[in-house]
Structures are given as structure tokens and as C-alpha cells.
Design a protein around this ligand. Structure first.
Ligand code: SF4
Length: 500
């Protein structure tokens, strides 16, 4: 019997960190395998589909997780496709993404392979230079550029008018089209067409357990801040994607997304893909009021990008989301006022997380019984060993004070950090007293290939003036293990009456 192959115009593959499936059972719970698909991929897939292209999304690490024997080669041999998009947003997929390209071209040498995402945007010229299998890289925001690319390929036309595209032309020369597309309005994009993903239901079922987050809700694009190591801040986005401003989706659209997901899948909570700061509080109040009106029985994961986070917000958050599967996170990275001041002076005057306001957060989290996660890092710029020791002592005091009680939902986490391409410290390491390592794409891919997959991000690509990369890794590990007990007493299993 002859089976007809499924036909797709475009397939989008989310790459793994490593191709080989780790058969160790515990690996099932390892966050580092990173099954998350960047939010924009769903919008891109939907946008292409609406314009008449047949699209499928394949989540390689999810397939690996569901079936250790799963093979991308086997899967690709059973479908026809013309274009393959690979997201290289988070850098830890660097090695896996390159391995995936090789498989795609081996199975279907006539297909076109396009990369996209922040990391790909940064390394676009190196990707094209070092890997002949890659036909193009879309820099920055991808929905319109990928559609134009697919249309041009379909009509066999020149690619010089495709916005944001770097590519190899028919004479094998690398061409770089300017970045001329950034979305002005996100309300026309659909971020919830999850049905285009292979094994969508399992993706949503497993995300919270594997990654700590159930579903990423798109709230807007851009960030007004410049944290030293972040590749998604204001100047980093300007540099990588051409975005000069922050835009928000209308709260009504976000509510529509929540309804679609809740009607079709079982998700315990939503992670909001934008943070809180003074200028965004009004938006959050509007959105939370609408959620209350809809009476969604759901948890919420919210990040504080800048303080203050007033008591009123705690009250509203408490009223909007149930306790189980809800959290509020803040990432001062260090509590040292001296370090914060130097960072504020060098790259972002808003980088201020005063201890009295952190203590207020703790007080309100206890009052409203909502999980508070405080993220610290050993190895932030200018941090001395004594600064790290003071942070550690603060974390220990919290552990003894709150770590034994389910009714005091405070947790302090510590993680090593990677300096992301495009971030302030990556572009100007000297200003931060930092020596960067593994800076070319080849070195980056090799570093992630050789790193063990673990709960934390375990590649450290720098030394500071006070600490070597090796000490940074060890100190973070020690710090993390010392405070990890608090993770078990965040009280998420305690039921409550919410809308009092
Ligand atoms: S880490 Fe800082 S710069 Fe990056 S998205 Fe968050 S608030 Fe913005």
C-alpha cells in the first residue's frame, strides 16, 4: 500500500539543546531541556496559515520527552515541505539548532532553511558564514518578513525586498537587507493557534511541570529598561530588532487568548509575558479587572520588572488569581546598594531594588498568601565576595524565618547568569569590569554542546574583576542548594477562600 505524504509549505522546528535523548528518568524533570517555544512562533505560524500556507510546528525536545526513540529524520521523511524555520531565540539551543539544520538538509536538500529569534538576529552573519546549510536569517520580529520570504520563494522571485532578512544569494554571497519591519500593533496577530503544534495538548499539559510555567501569554513587545545581562532590554532590542518603543496588546485581546486556551486545554496558570513597573500598573489593573469579570479560575505568574509594587497590586493580584500555581517574581540579582548604584550609573538609572521595598514585598506576600520568588545571582558586575556573602546571609535569614512554614510563601533562588548577546554587558564588557569568553557563534555552540543539561543555566561566559567563571558557577550552585528548601514551603498546596 502506498501512503500519500503530508504536504506543508512551511514547517517550524523548535530545536533541542542536544540531539540525543537522555534516557535517565530524572532527566524528564530537567528544566534545562527547555521545551518552551518562543511566544512569537505561534503568531508567525498563524499569520502564514491565514495567508494560505500549510504550516506545522514541531517541538523537538517535547517529542524527545514523549518518546525517547523519536527521530526527526523519520518524521521529516514522511512529510513534504518547502521551507523550514528554526527558532534560535535562547542561546542554549545553539548547538541543537545547528544539528537540526543538518538533518533537515540531509532529508530534503531542496528545502530552504531560515533561522529567527534574538540570538539568531545577533549572530546572523556568522550563521550564514559558517553554515552553508542555512539559507537565511530573519532578524528581529518575524511574522511579516517570513510571510514575504515564503511568498518570494513560492514565486521564485528575488529576496532583496524581504524586510529584516540576511541571506545567501544565488552567487553564494551574503546579503543583508535592512531592518524595516517592527510591528506597530499586535492586536492583529493570534498567539493562541496552538493547534498548529504537533502534540499541542501534551505541550500544554507538561509545560508547568517541566518548566515551572504553563502558558506564556503575549502582553506586548519591548522593554523600557536596560538590565546589564539581558538581551531583551530597551537598547538591546533597538540594536537587534529595530524596536524603539514598548507596545501592549489590548487587555480584551489577552482575555480572548485566555478564553481560547482555557476552553481547549487544561492549564493551571498563565505566565504574563511582560512585567510590572510604575508606567504599566494601570494596564495590569485593567487586565486583572477583566479577568475578575470573566471569573477565570486560574493561577497567574507575574514578574516585577521595577519597584514599587504597591500593596494595592498585591490585593488585586490576590483577588484575581487562586493561590495554587500563582507567583510573583522579582529579580534584583543582588541586594547590595553599592552594586545597584554602579549599575544604575552605567546603564540604567531605574535599576534600584532597595532593601526596604524588598522587605515590603515579603510582608505583603505573607499578608496576601501569594508566592514571592526573589532571584539573586552570584557574579553580577562589581559584586565582591563580601557582597555575595551579605546576599547569602539575607537569604539564610529568610530561609530560617519563612522556609519552614507553608503559610509564609517566600522563596529566594539563586542562578548563574549568561551574558546574552546584545545586552549592555555583552556590547560593552569593559564598562562592567567583565571579560567575555566564547564570543563567536562557533564557540557558543561548542560551549552549550559540552555543558550538562541541568535545572539551572550552567554555562557562564565571563569572568568579573572579582570572580572567575568557575567560582561564579560554584558559588551559585552552593547558594542555590542552600536555599532550595524554601521551594518546598511556598504553600501552593494550601487551599483558600479567595474572593473575600
Ligand atoms: S531583565 Fe530587565 S531589561 Fe530584560 S526584559 Fe526584564 S526588565 Fe527588561
Amino acid at each position: 500500500m502506498v501512503f500519500a505524504l503530508r504536504n506543508y509549505d512551511v514547517i517550524l522546528i523548535h530545536p533541542p539543546r542536544l540531539l540525543e535523548s537522555n534516557k535517565d528518568k530524572n532527566s524528564k524533570f530537567i528544566r534545562g531541556s527547555y521545551i518552551f517555544i518562543p511566544m512569537g512562533v505561534f503568531a508567525i505560524a498563524d499569520y502564514l496559515e491565514k495567508e494560505g500556507f500549510g504550516v506545522k510546528i514541531i517541538n523537538f525536545p517535547l517529542e524527545q520527552y514523549l518518546n525517547h526513540e523519536w527521530s526527526l529524520t523519520g518524521f521529516l521523511k514522511n512529510i513534504n515541505f518547502k521551507i523550514c524555520g528554526i527558532d534560535l531565540h535562547w542561546l542554549h539551543n545553539a548547538h541543537g539548532a545547528i544539528e537540526v539544520v543538518k538533518i533537515v538538509k540531509e532529508v530534503n536538500p531542496n528545502s530552504k532553511v531560515i533561522f529567527g529569534g534574538y540570538s539568531a538576529s545577533y549572530y546572523h552573519d556568522q550563521l550564514l558564514k559558517y553554515y552553508k546549510e542555512i539559507d537565511g536569517v530573519i532578524r528581529g520580529e518575524g511574522e511579516v518578513p517570513l510571510l514575504r520570504y515564503a511568498q518570494m520563494i513560492q514565486k521564485n522571485q528575488r529576496l532583496d525586498s524581504v524586510p529584516n532578512l540576511s541571506y545567501r544569494n544565488s552567487s553564494k554571497q551574503i546579503k543583508i537587507n535592512p531592518i524595516t519591519y517592527t510591528a506597530k500593533n499586535l492586536d492583529d496577530l493570534v498567539f493562541t493557534n496552538v493547534s498548529l503544534l504537533k502534540n499541542a495538548e501534551q505541550y500544554l499539559n507538561h509545560s508547568r511541570r517541566l518548566m515551572g510555567i504553563a502558558y506564556n501569554l503575549s502582553i506586548g513587545r519591548g522593554c523600557p529598561f536596560n538590565c546589564p545581562f539581558c538581551g531583551g532590554g530597551q537598547r538591546a532590542q533597538q540594536y537587534l530588532t529595530g524596536r524603539n518603543n514598548v507596545i501592549f496588546r489590548s487587555p480584551e485581546k489577552v482575555i480572548e487568548d485566555m478564553s481560547i486556551i482555557l476552553d481547549n486545554y487544561k492549564v493551571p496558570s498563565f505566565f504574563f509575558g511582560h512585567g510590572t513597573y510604575s508606567a504599566s500598573l494601570k494596564y495590569w489593573k485593567n487586565l486583572f479587572a477583566l479577568i475578575q469579570k470573566e471569573k477565570f479560575d486560574i493561577g497567574g505568574d507575574l514578574e516585577i520588572w521595577r519597584l514599587p509594587f504597591p500593596k494595592e497590586m498585591w490585593r488585586i493580584f490576590h483577588k484575581t488569581f487562586h493561590r495554587k500555581y500563582s507567583s510573583i517574581s522579582v529579580s534584583p540579582r543582588t541586594l547590595s546598594p553599592k552594586v545597584q548604584d554602579r549599575i544604575a550609573k552605567i546603564c540604567d538609572p531605574t535599576f534600584k531594588f532597595p532593601i526596604n521595598q524588598i522587605n515590603d514585598l515579603i510582608k505583603n506576600a505573607n499578608l496576601y498568601q501569594r508566592t514571592l520568588r526573589i532571584w539573586l545571582t552570584a557574579g553580577y558586575p562589581f559584586q565582591t565576595r563580601s557582597d555575595i556573602l551579605k546576599d547569602f546571609i539575607y537569604a539564610m535569614k529568610c530561609l530560617f524565618k519563612y522556609g519552614k512554614s507553608n503559610f509564609k510563601p517566600i522563596s529566594i533562588y539563586n542562578e548563574p547568569f549568561y551574558i546574552f548577546p546584545g545586552s549592555p554587558a555583552h556590547r560593552f564588557p569593559d564598562k562592567f569590569g567583565i571579560t567575555l569568553k566564547d564570543n563567536s557563534f562557533l564557540q557558543v555552540a561548542e560551549a552549550f554542546k559540552n555543558s550538562k543539561i541541568s535545572f539551572l543555566y550552567n554555562v557562564v561566559n565571563y569572568d568579573t574583576e572579582h570572580l572567575s567563571g568557575t567560582s561564579i558557577r560554584s558559588m551559585n550552585k552552593l547558594f542555590f542548594l542552600s536555599t532550595f528548601l524554601m521551594f518546598f514551603t511556598i504553600g501552593s498546596n494550601i487551599s483558600e477562600v479567595r474572593n473575600e
